[in-house]
Every structure is written in C-alpha cells, then in structure tokens.
Design a protein around this ligand. Sequence first.
Ligand code: 7TS
Length: 432
Amino acid sequence: MKRAADDLGVLLCAAPIGAAASAAFDGARLREDFPILRRTVHGKPLVYLDNAATSQKPQCVIDCEARYYCELNANIHRGVHSLSQQATDAYEAARDTVRRFINAARREEIVFVRGTTEAINLVAASYGQRLKPGDEILITEMEHHSNIVPWQLLCERSGAVLRVAPIDEAGELMLDGFEHRLNARTRLVAVTHVSNALGTVNAVKRIIDLAHAKGIAVLIDGAQAAPHIKIDVQTLDCDFYAFSSHKLYGPTGVGVLYGKAALLEAMPPYQGGGDMIRQVTFAKTTFNDLPYKFEAGTPHIAGVVGLGAAIDYVSALGLDAIAAHEHELLAHATEQARAVCGLRLIGTASDKSSILSFVIDGVHPHDVGTILDDEGIAVRTGHHCAMPVMEHFHIPATVRASFALYNTRAEVDALFRAVRKAQRMFVDGRSA
Ligand code: 7TS
C-alpha cells in the first residue's frame, strides 16, 4: 500500500524533538538538542556565535537525513518502485511543510534550489530575460553580494541599469531615497529582509507596497530573516522570497525560492535537464508544470527532507518565542558592547535582528576574531560579503556576533570577557 506523504514525514522525522516539545522556551536546555555544542575548541567549551553564516543542526535534522539514506534513498519522480515513490513522497511532503511555513497559497510556488544565492540567480536569469536596455533594477546599499552581483551580471547582459537606495548612519534604509528612485523605468526591486552585516530589519511590507503602487515586482532576500521572523508571503504580497536551509537549522546545499504562480508560470526555465521537461524531441522540447520546470536534475533530496525536519523543529518552538529569546540576547549584548570603551557598534537601527557588528579602536577585527577563537568563541570577522556596507561606514571589516535559539546570556558574557582581553592585549600591550 502506498504510504501517505504525511505518514512518511512522520516516519522519517519521528525522532523526539527533545526540549523543543516543551512548552517553555529554555535556551540552555535546547542546547542538548545540538550535539556539536558539546564539543570544545582549544580546550574551551564551544561558544558558537556565527549563526548568520550558518546555524548548527539539531539531532532530529541529522537523524532525519541519516534515516532518509538508511531507509528510503532512491531518485524521485521517476520510479514505479516503492523506494522511489516513498522518497518522492518525503521530498514533496517537505514542499508542503515549506508552503505552510511561509504561508504560500500553493505548493507549486515553492521551488527547491541550492540556497538563497541560487534563488536570486534563478530570478535574474529567468525573470531577467524580460529586461531591456534602460530598464532599472533597484537594490539597497545594505545588500549581501548575492543580491548585488546577479543583478550586475544581468545588467551587463541586458543593458539594464542597477540603482542603489542609500542607508543612513544607523544602517537603516532611507525610505525617501528608496521611493525617489522608483520610477517608470524600474522593473524590479530586490531588497534584503534583514541585513547580514548590520542586523537591520527592513520595513519590507512598506517597500513592497511602494513598489506595487507603481506596478513593480519585488524580490525579498530572506536569508537572514527566515530563522528569526515569521514570514507570511501572502500578507507581505512579495513576488519572490528567497531563503537558505542552512541558516534555519537545516542542511547546507538547499534553499527555497518562493514565487507567485502567475510570475513563475510566465518565466522561462533556468536550467535544462531531467525532470523539468514534459516531452523532448530534437525538434522541440516542452516543459514540465510548476514547480518542476525550475528543478532540473536530481535535487538534494536528503537535504530537502532535512529542511522539512528543521522547519518542524523551529515551528514546534515557535518563531515568536525564538525571536523573543534572541532579542533578549541582543539587548544584553548591546548593553555590554556600549560599556566597552573604544568599541563602536556598526548598525544601530531601531528594528534589529540578532546580529551585533562592531569595531574596536586600535584592534583589527581579524585579531579580535583570533583571540576569541583561542577562547573557544566563534564569530565572523571580515566584510561579511557586504563590501558596500563596509565602504559606507569607512571600515574594512567588523567583528560580527550573531545569535541563535541555543545561545545564552552566559555566552554573551564570555564574548565580552574575551573582547576586553583582546583590547588589553592589543591596545594596552598587556597579555591577558
Ligand atoms: N543574502 C543574505 C542576506 C545573506 O546573509 C546570505 C549569506 C546570502 C544571501 C547567501 O546565502 P547562501 O546560503 O546562498 O550562501 N550570508 C552569510 C553571512 O552573513 N556569512 O556567511 C554567509
């Protein structure tokens, strides 16, 4: 008997989700769900504060992927044999999970890709084919390179022009400047929901409404939002929304492009190959229905199934509870940062997600990162693939601590003990 997709999801992901099932949010207890947090680095307990780069994975996600390979592994959408059908059911069940997670109207609007980067490249390559010389694409000064370079490449191909809306000294988008740049030539707006370098949460609903008032389509880069903010693509009314599994406690190499069905329907395929076709002859090929038209070749099946498990895990906790915990950590960290003499916060927007970027007078961010690593503390240092943001603040790099559901106040305290140690070593010339 053919197993229903939902049963299969349960079969694959039936692992107890540990503390996630408990009612009260307890960041310290949730740590037990994440095996990597038990390890040490340089003999010290790992303090993982590089979650904006990638998050750690709960045991249920790891188990779900392993169980997929142990029990179901087969190629999807192509076999009459049971394994292929069950693998297909598990893969398609994950699509339903994603649909519910972002409240898309239809499952056909969920396209699995490799990550946010590929999602944006897909839109640039496919939707972008309608752009003509002189058309404009509007982005902001705070974009990740993934939401800059694909548009630059498209501009080179099409003769379109890339325009950039400015940010202010707090790292907030200047909405007047944004609105001012929307005009009759603008064909697409592409904006990040949350800045990975600053933590700024953009007023995306307002941005979308402004663009739609002029009939302009909007893509939202949700890479840094999906793990922290409840997303409802129907309420937002965005045309495209992109995010990555690996920042959402899921596997690497998987991501999601949401697109409104009517837009996706009208777009040409991104890549050609197996599974995306209906019929192939040497004379003419016709393409598959949505979303398969955009999923050429064998996808990362286990990764997609693992993403489904990650979303189940996050949903059991509730994004509101996760966000409240992370905001508390951010507030605590911001207070500690303000107490460090010579430390400058980069990104002081009134609405911020759980990212704290800073520089310290007289100490290069990479040196801070090295001292922190000696203490077992993982942060990212550098330009965070947002070089124009660094240029705006006239700095080469920042130290960035980014928080997730499993981080604790004690870890924030450890971070600032180590920051002060770095300052003593490099500024005062004292060792520890
Ligand atoms: N957009 C934003 C806002 C991002 O933060 C990132 C990754 C991407 C797009 C690209 O996502 P990917 O999964 O396709 O690589 N940001 C980071 C970061 O801040 N540190 O490492 C990767």
